[in-house]
Structures are given as C-alpha cells and as structure tokens.
Design a protein around this ligand. Structure first.
Ligand code: SUD
Ligand code: ADP
Length: 293
C-alpha cells in the first residue's frame, strides 16, 4: 500500500516576537498561510520495521537528521505493530528559506502514517508529537491560514487570504533559524506588532488593510546579517508588489499582487536580481489532501 501526501510551503504574513521564555524559545504570535509550492511525499509499507528516507535532492539528509524520519519514528512509537516505511520526498520547496520545508514534510509524514498504519490519532495527540520535531510542525499538520501562538503549538484557523498572487524571492543564501534567534535581543526590537491587525483584516476580508498590516519583527535581525535583503525588499516594493515582508527567519522576501499579469511582470523583473523567484497562489486547507494508491 502507498499513501501520497502534498506538503505545501508556508509564508508568514506576520511574525511578532513577544518575549524570551525560560526554555530558551521565544513566545511568538504569527499569521501563516500555505502557498501553492509543494513537496510531494510518498509513503510505502515495508515488510520489516525499518524507516528509510530518500529525497530528490542529494544534499538533504536521508537519516535521523531528516524531519520526515523524526516524524516517522514518533509515529512508530505510537503504533503497536511497529511497521516500517519507505519515505520518498520530492523536494521543490527551497531549503533553509523561511518557508517551512522540513516542517511541512514532517507534518505530511504524520498525516500519511496516521492513515497507512490505521493509527487514527487525534489532533490533540498529534500536536505535542509534532512540537517535538519543530515549532512549525503543529501548524503544518493542517496548514491553511492560521494564527500561530505560544512556541508554535497554539493554532487558530483564520479565513483564507482574499484572492491574490504571491511573489516569493529567495536569494542564494541560507539562513539558520537558530542563529537568528541567538542574535535576537527582544528588548532592542522596535518593530510594531502586526499579527492582530493581520487577523482583523483577514476576518473582514479586507485586502487593502491586509497589505498595510503585514510585517516581521525578525527582519531587522536577518537584514543585519544579510544587508542585501533590504535592497531586494525595496526592489520588490518599487516594482509594485504590496505587503512586502520577510517570511519566517528569512531569507525569502514575499510580496502580493491582485492581478496575475502584474505578478508576472514583477516575477520577470526580479529574476535578474534573485536566484530563485516564484509566482504562486495561496492555498486553502482543503488542498492538503492525501491519496491512497
Ligand atoms: C520562527 C519560524 C517561523 O516560521 O522560523 P522559520 O524556520 O520558518 O524561518 C519557525 O517557527 C521556527 O520553527 P522551526 O524551524 O521548526 O524551528 P525549531 O526547530 O523549533 O527551533 C529552532 C531554534 O529557533 C529558536 N526558536 C524557534 C521557535 C521559537 N518560537 N522560538 C525560538 O527561540 C530556538 O533557539 C530553537 O532552537
Ligand atoms: N525534509 C527536509 N526538508 C528540508 N530540510 C530539512 C529536512 N529535514 C531536515 N532538514 C534540515 O532542516 C534545516 C532547515 O530547513 P528548512 O525546514 O527548509 O528551513 P526553514 O526552517 O527555514 O523553513 C536544513 O538545514 C535541512 O538540512
């Protein structure tokens, strides 16, 4: 038996950092949305209890360092029969980009194995397991548009982003989430809080208000390490994208347009300055579906 899962990337419309906690994580308030740029995961039963990972990108780990492996291991511990699985990841989401690629793969493996091994684990059981892998994994279990709080484990679904196109510009640099948080001094942040305004705009379906409300408190930290990101952001704004902001801990810069034609113009203009550029739609939760093969 084989299960196939779609694992979409996420973008951050807002990322507020509230305070540093005693466990060395930060209390956050983020608004995330799934976008139409996805990894594809295949899960195939094995005759033994081994977990094997193979990916389409040779530079990705294929052992216990892979978030997909970690997800399978946690799910196996929940299963009485200790079945094994072959995991294949077709990687399309840029790595270490602020687009949650490893987390969405892990979440897709959890969803898929819940079906393949007939575990029937509830969301309440899956969220704490997901949180052991990474702070973005609980959100990625359902994806869609959501307010994400705590360390990442408190999720409230929100209405979808009004119809628009999203431009993703990922320069040829990788950013380590851990290193950005290490550099962060919360008391020195002077960014305004964005999440509550983004939530309000989404609830009203007000695209213009949404474009004014987006923002990311970690921009100043990542931009101080990679100053070229500030000029990429300025270019995207100059070319006419709205709500331009950094996703996650970066380096991907995102911007919005109502009209696909305009999106294509900005996409073409940015291609000359940036290693990887994508023009995508946002994705609602019902698109995260699996197929039994
Ligand atoms: C901040 C976000 C926003 O999307 O960054 P991106 O990874 O997407 O860029 C994520 O929540 C990241 O989640 P994830 O990538 O799963 O990171 P984790 O493995 O949980 O954490 C990596 C490191 O980041 C720091 N960290 C992470 C999340 C958080 N709320 N507070 C933190 O201080 C911790 O130092 C931790 O050791
Ligand atoms: N399935 C996976 N896909 C991508 N990266 C993975 C995966 N498993 C482990 N990693 C590791 O996780 C790190 C962060 O990758 P990624 O999740 O793409 O970044 P981000 O947190 O910025 O979205 C990388 O260094 C990568 O080697």
């Amino acid at each position: 038996m084989e299960i196939q899962e779609i694992a979409p990337a996420k973008i951050n419309l807002a990322q507020d950092i509230l305070f540093k906690r005693d466990d060395a994580y930060h209390e956050v308030q983020m608004v995330m949305a799934s976008v139409d740029l996805s990894d594809y995961i295949s899960l195939v039963e094995r005759g033994d209890d081994e977990i094997r990972v193979e990916t389409s990108q040779a530079f990705l780990p294929d052992d216990k360092r892979n978030h997909a492996y970690q997800a399978a291991k946690l799910m196996q511990a929940q299963s009485k029969h200790k079945a094994g699985v072959n995991i294949y990841i077709e990687k399309n989401i840029p790595v270490a980009a602020g687009l949650g690629g490893g987390s969405t793969d892990a979440a897709a493996v959890m969803r898929g194995l819940n079906k393949l091994w007939n575990l029937n684990l509830s969301q309440d059981t899956l969220v704490p397991l997901a949180n052991q892998i990474g702070s973005d994994v609980p959100y990625s279990l359902n994806g869609g548009t959501a307010l994400v709080e705590g360390r990442g484990e408190i999720i409230s679904q929100l209405p979808a982003i009004p119809y628009c196109w999203v431009i993703l510009a990922k320069p040829a640099i990788s950013v380590s989430t851990r290193k950005i948080f290490q550099r962060l001094r919360v008391e020195e942040l002077d960014a305004p809080f964005n999440a509550s305004n983004v939530v309000e705009a989404l609830k009203k379906g007000d695209y213009s208000a949404l474009m004014v409300a987006t923002g990311n408190a970690l921009e100043s930290v990542t931009f101080s390490v990679h100053p070229e990101l500030a000029s990429l952001k300025a270019k995207m704004q100059k070319f006419g994208a709205q709500g331009v902001t950094m996703s996650g801990t970066g380096p991907t810069i995102i911007g919005f347009v109502k009209n696909q034609k305009k999106g294509k113009r900005i996409y073409n203009a940015l291609k000359g300055f940036c290693d990887e550029v994508y023009l995508v739609r946002t994705q609602s939760q019902q698109f995260i579906r699996s197929t039994r093969v």
